[in-house]
Design a protein. Structure first.
Length: 228
């Protein structure tokens, strides 16, 4: 880092400029924090033909973007989703739409984009049935490896698929080997990019981004949506 040294007019100008910039940032932060949490504009997603958990006519739609290499996604699925499912999805209040945002392998510059391969595998299970999609997600998160290494290879994904009861593993393997669902994953990723999704899990309640994936935050957003 280059540091300022000595005393000269340039230093005085720089100090004044820095103070002005800090003041502007403080004003901007105050303005943002002063807005109600629900003031963000809702995003419209195309959820047609997507995997769904819950009743199709549920009044609230929860869209969840996930990367299967994401440890926070695993935590959401393991720790927080069961309570949300019991309270809202199983009671017909919420339908959860699952969408893919495979970005971690690219961010880590891994030699194989196994974030996308994992998403393709889940989509291959979805081609057989919605229930098998949900079952494969559970198995995949259970077998999750490090986000900094390539673990969701096609061979490993086929091994995990063997643990999904009712899945036709031969059809699954053909689907995965031929990259049959690559376009579907790309379409999800485009929706995430268009919505400026910054990470995973990204949870939207009726199109509005929830600021945390914790149960309390998601529940509060759902309860607010149910009142509208």
């Amino acid at each position: 880092m280059t540091r300022l040294q000595g005393t000269n007019p340039n230093r005085t100008i720089l100090v004044i400029g820095t103070l002005l910039a800090a003041a502007l940032i403080a004003i901007a932060l105050f303005a943002v924090r002063g807005k109600p949490s629900g003031s963000a504009q809702a995003v419209s997603f195309n959820t047609s033909g997507q995997p769904v958990m819950g009743q199709a006519d549920a009044p609230v739609t929860m869209v969840v973007f996930e990367d299967f290499k994401c440890p926070n996604c695993k935590r959401f699925e393991d720790e927080f989703l069961p309570e949300l499912k019991s309270k809202y999805i199983d009671t017909g209040k919420v339908k959860m739409v699952s969408m893919n945002f495979p970005f971690l392998a690219q961010n880590a510059r891994l030699p194989t984009d196994d974030s996308k391969l994992a998403a393709q595998a889940v989509e291959c299970a979805f081609l057989q049935s919605n229930d098998l999609h949900n079952s494969f997600k559970t198995v995949l998160f259970r077998g999750q490896g490090s986000e900094s290494t390539v673990w969701a290879t096609k061979s490993r994904l086929k091994e995990l698929a063997a643990n999904v009861e009712g899945l036709d593993t031969a059809k699954f393997a053909t689907c995965l080997d031929s990259d049959q669902t690559a376009a579907a994953v790309d379409a999800d990723e485009k929706q995430a990019t268009d919505a400026k999704v910054a990470g995973t899990p990204a949870i939207y309640i009726n199109g509005k981004l929830v600021d945390s994936y914790a149960t309390d935050s998601v529940s509060a957003a759902i309860d607010a949506a149910l009142k509208n």
